[in-house]
Design a protein around this ligand. Sequence first.
Ligand code: ATP
Ligand code: MG
Length: 355
Amino acid sequence: MKAFKIAVLPGDGIGPEVTKEAVKVLEAINQQNSTFAIEFKEFEWGSEYYLANGQMMPDDGLDQLKNFDAILFGAVGDKRVPDRVTIWELIMPIRKNFQQYVNMRPIKRLAGIESLLKNEQAIDFMVFRENAEGEYSNIGGRLYEQQSQEMAIQNTVITKQGVERIAKYAFEYAEKHNKSKVTSATKSNAIIHSMKLWDEVVESVAKDYGNIELESNFIDALAAYFVMRPESFEVVVASNLFGDILTDLGAALVGGMGMSPSGNINPEKEFPSMFEAIHGSAPDIAGKGIANPIAQIWSAALMLEHLGRPDLSVAIVKAIEQVIQERNVLTPDLGGTSTTQEVGSAIAEKVKHLV
Ligand code: ATP
Ligand code: MG
């Protein structure tokens, strides 16, 4: 049996703390289940590496990663390093060069999670965020003749090909999972060039999926609907910026930042896909051992699904759910008093009985 080869980039802040627990759970499965083998190689790239070497990863960093089956990523961010560097010299090059143009972010309330909302209905939908273009571009700059007239221009890039592939991915997913509706986040009433093209392309893709309804909502209204009727969503497709904002909002509905996983997917599987919690390095709690590792452990579950082991992925989510429902071992964000490591170990123990 061939072992899956995983590149582990723990990163900064709570990144290494939660990633260690995700690896612990994967190793528990490795020990328990003879049909599964996994190997890890760790790369200490991130802000410390930058402070020592003047760059976030070595020049041949992407080459070193490209033959792995997947990447498990912690988080990057450090107040001593500009965001421009942490984002644009590590995460973005990986996402762009490995053509991870789909960012999948499940918004699912697990059993036992108390909601901020009165609504007790199930919240379980998938957001597909465009991950390679859109509003997060480094095109733009400052223009001025005199300091007092300083202005900044930031360009959004929306391409027909870019929208087509993310929209297709969302509709394919909907079809495969027997969903009846895809919701598109737009703002073409005010952002009249780029979002207009977004709408046109999404509508044209939708025509190929006769059984699936396309609902198109302006982002402002959609944000409100997320709170008012989260149970009504099945699949949401959104641009880079809109998807980013919507999924933090979605995370808040299902237990917070510590409960929200993601995958950066290269659907063609030509390059490794990358899995990470949607939260950042959380400097406010880093080093205290209280970060919730569930988002990162769940991200590892998404990774196993991508690698063709949905059975093991489901087992991890079940193990997480059991630990939450027992309420004995939880981090403070979920109302408990346990540490990151204790939660990781509890989930690793549970999963052994499920695989
Ligand atoms: P970055 O600049 O790296 O994005 P940030 O300051 O934006 O970091 P986030 O990591 O996005 O911080 O977190 C936002 C808030 O959510 C913080 O108050 C943080 O403590 C909390 N938080 C994030 N992740 C977790 C987690 N895994 N467990 C508990 N709390 C978390
Ligand atoms: Mg953040």
